[in-house]
Design a protein around this ligand. Structure first.
Ligand SMILES: [Zn+2]
Length: 429
């Protein structure tokens, strides 16, 4: 069994000129990897998640948690190799954990079958490193906002290093993939480089209605235009077989009318659900990069990826690494948008001031504000009445702090942002 860690020991027990800063080789590094203090969270147990869990378990990590809200579908089985036909309908997180625990002795995978939003921030705080194997931008932004919310700042606005929660993100799309390492407050967070995710390509409606040229045009015509005309008041549900069949039949009719080949049921599903075929080998490659980065973060055995690697495998193999830069004004990972207020102003007046601030007024519509874990004002829902009383209290009374940083949430934001209050009446003293 000692031989089992031969390869990882070669990395951890030897020095060299490729090791990370401050790296000291030795057997205690594997002990560190396997100690109770080193906990890794894998977010997602799908195509990428299965690979990440397997790689973590075989690379020497012992304490692993996995979170995923999905259940296993028969179409997952070609690549999500931890699942079997008898598992269809069961929780991905539960089955994945069970399989790894059964196959890799000594490993403890703890499953969480729920939405990532259901866990409190404290849950995410316990992990040494968080590895993301997700397929949606929204989920990534959410996880990003969670790790960035842990950030603390020094008086000069620099990041308090003890509050950094490293995160490794993997993503694949067909033959393309990326891996990135995020040290919030130090390397760019998701919001700093949001432009990396281009908006989804949509066809102009006039093309769909007047001049269809391709099979996807016919499908989108049936999906976006015909459905609303013929089945008024009915919400289209992409998971409803009858709905999908209806769109497919209408798209087929239209394609025959225009002499356009290529409309199939499978393509209809692909276009409507915006599915790009998942490629198992891309998941394997990206997962390997992510887990290697997790090992580096914990052991410092090699300098980390700085900070974004893309992989392209559609025509040969090409990889490229870019050191993206932080956006110093990022609302999520910077110390916050500054707002000059007086301590004697009421919370209501501070909120009003936000709505005329040149930066904040463009971002906010109906802000809710909290300070630490305390809700100062919740603009919507059942807590509105409870917190309304605070509107008349002064901000000095509510936020007795030298460097008060408020967390502001708003329906128009995808994640909470920070506002740093500057007490102008204090500066006079
Ligand atoms: Zn940022």
């Amino acid at each position: 069994m000692e031989d089992r860690w031969h390869d990882i020991d070669l990395i951890l027990n030897r020095a060299g000129n490729l090791v990370g800063p401050g790296f000291e080789p030795g057997p205690e590094l594997r002990d560190l990897l396997q100690s109770d203090d080193t906990r890794v969270l894998c977010v997602g147990a799908g195509g990428l998640g299965c690979e990440i869990l397997k790689d973590l378990a075989l690379s020497g990590f012992v304490n692993i948690d996995v979170i995923d809200m999905d259940t296993i579908d028969v179409s997952n089985l070609n690549r999500q190799f931890l699942f079997r036909p008898r598992d269809v309908g069961k929780s991905k997180a539960l089955v994945a954990a069970e399989r790894i625990n059964a196959r890799v002795s000594g490993v403890q995978v703890v499953p969480h079958h729920c939405r990532i939003e259901e866990k409190p921030a404290e849950f995410y705080k316990q992990f040494t490193v968080i590895v993301l194997g997700l397929d949606s931008l929204e989920a990534r932004r959410y996880m990003n906002s969670v790790v960035c919310s842990f950030l603390g700042f020094e008086d000069d606005g620099s990041t308090d290093f003890s509050t950094i929660k490293p995160m490794v993100d993997g993503g694949t799309e067909g033959f393309k993939g990326h891996a990135r390492v995020i040290y919030p407050g130090y390397t760019p967070c998701f919001e700093c480089t949001l432009w990396l995710f281009p908006p989804q390509v949509k066809f102009p409606l006039c093309t769909l209605a007047e001049t269809p040229r391709t099979a996807p045009h016919c499908i989108e015509y049936a999906h976006l235009i015909l459905w609303g005309q013929v089945r008024q008041g009915e919400d289209f549900d992409a998971d409803n077989e009858e709905h999908m069949q209806w769109v497919y039949q209408r798209a087929l009719e239209r394609s025959q009318q225009y002499g356009i080949p290529g409309v199939t049921y499978q393509l209809t599903q692909g276009v409507v659900k915006n599915i790009i075929p998942a490629i198992a080998s891309t998941n394997a490659i990206i997962s390997a990069v992510c887990v290697l980065e997790a090992i580096k973060i914990v052991t410092m055995c090699s300098p980390g990826l700085n900070n974004y690697m893309m992989y392209m495998g559609s025509q040969g193999i090409y990889t490229h690494t870019v050191a993206y830069e932080r956006d110093p004004k990022c609302p999520i990972c910077s110390p916050g948008v500054p707002l000059d207020v007086e301590q004697s102003m009421t919370l209501k007046e501070v909120l009003d001031k936000m709505m005329v601030d040149p930066v904040l007024s463009t971002l906010l519509k109906k802000p809710s504000v909290s300070y630490g874990s305390k809700n100062l004002y919740v603009a919507q829902g059942i807590f509105e009445a409870d917190t309304r009383v605070n509107l008349q209290k002064t901000i000095g009374e509510l936020v007795p702090d030298e460097r008060p940083i408020l967390t502001v949430n708003d329906k128009s934001l995808s994640a909470p942002m920070r506002v740093m209050l500057r007490f102008t009446d204090k500066m006079v003293m």
